[in-house]
Design a protein around this ligand. Structure first.
Ligand code: WQD
Length: 342
């Protein structure tokens, strides 16, 4: 078995895709997940894809007693990828304390255990939300961070500060934070993908559920923005490409090739796409019309953001490879699979 990596939140959307990519290059993966936003059968699907069943422990990272017992049991872990967090923007506005407690205390418990059990490497799941609405585009890693639009976004910004301050006084650990733009799509096998519970907040699952007839109509939140077609612009990144960025980051940490002990990278495609362009590209890729209407802007939405990926491409040595067309097709194939649509 290869070098052992812990993936927290490993049955989640990005976590499960990352487990598959880690196993594909020989890592021995252990998952911790509390199943608050995913299901245990994702482990079966991972095994079906990779042929290897990852070790899997079910508990919440707020339980520091269970977390210490975990590290007593799994004493060969060399690196951690920390995905486990609450991530619904709207919900975080309604339940700020739950979000600050879960997302921040979980990270602190992980950091405590890294020191206690001598685990030197951490990849942290961060977000472009730390940039707010940038004054200049594309955003680089040095674009000034702005006040987060939501408690969810603020937990990511605060987590980055916690990591910076802990690394400063903990010479034995190294951290890479990956600032995701908008993850979309699904594994080519259509065995794993995004499974939002209830009405999707995010654009692409709402599109695929509308195309599948589960939702009557997509509401496009505003077409009066200062963008080419008036709808908001985002940097939509394929989830498998994003998963591969985590493997590159883990190798960078394990091979001690990172200059600083705390690095952060924008993980996007470098290309912006508007909501209307995503809808059009989905229709072209799938041949399925999307019923939509333009409605009022959604509070908290920023107008446009997309990444400058120069540092990720040159320093990290990673680049997104999958087109928006193929990514949206993978999302549709996944939707059809889980709804038994031919
Ligand atoms: C994208 C665009 C909407 C739904 C959030 C988080 C971010 C990350 C990804 C966790 C916007 C428009 C959406 C709909 C629409 N999450 N839209 N109709 O808000 O850019 O980012 O999710 O890591 O941290 O902030 O993603 O998919 O919700 O919206 O018109 O039914 O699609 O207005 O312009 P967002 P999104």
């Amino acid at each position: 078995m290869g070098r052992q990596v812990l993936v927290t939140g490993g049955t989640g959307y990005i976590g499960s895709h990352t487990v598959v990519e880690l196993q594909a290059v020989g890592f021995d993966v252990v998952i911790i997940d509390d199943l608050s936003n995913s299901s245990a059968d994702v482990v079966d699907k991972i095994e079906k894809i990779s042929g290897i069943r990852p070790a899997f422990e079910v508990f919440n990272l707020l339980d520091s007693v269970k977390l210490e017992a975990f590290f007593e049991k799994y004493s060969k872990i060399e690196a951690i990828i920390h995905f486990a967090a609450f991530k619904a923007v709207g919900e975080s506005v309604a339940k700020p304390l739950a979000y600050y407690r879960n997302n921040l205390v979980s990270l602190m418990n992980i950091l405590d255990c890294m020191s206690k059990y001598k685990v030197p490497n951490l990849v942290f799941s961060s977000s472009c939300t730390v940039y707010g609405q940038p004054d200049q585009l594309p955003v680089t890693e040095n674009t000034p961070k702005k006040d987060a639009e939501s408690p969810y976004g603020n937990t990511k910004a605060i987590s980055e500060e916690v990591l910076r301050d802990v690394v400063k006084v903990t010479p034995d650990i190294k951290v890479i934070a990956l600032r995701y733009f908008n993850p979309i799509g699904a594994h080519p096998s259509a065995l794993i993908g995004e499974l939002p519970s209830g009405i999707p907040n995010n654009l692409v699952p709402f599109i695929t559920q509308t195309a599948a007839g589960i939702r009557k109509q997509l509401s496009i939140f505003g077409d009066d923005y200062n963008t080419p077609d008036g709808s908001c612009v985002r940097d939509y990144i394929n989830v498998v490409d994003l998963a591969k960025a985590h493997v590159v980051a883990i190798n960078r940490l394990l091979n001690n090739s990172n200059a600083d002990r705390y690095e952060f990278f924008n993980v996007g495609t470098g290309t912006g796409a508007s909501v209307l362009e995503v809808v059009k590209t989905f229709e072209e890729a799938t041949g399925v019309k999307v019923n939509y209407k333009i409605v009022a802007r959604r509070p908290g939405d920023i107008e446009k953001i997309y990444a400058d990926t120069t540092i990720a491409n040159t320093v990290l040595g990673w680049k997104a490879e999958t087109s928006l067309h193929d990514t949206l097709l993978s999302a549709w194939n996944w939707e059809k699979k889980i709804r038994n649509i031919e």
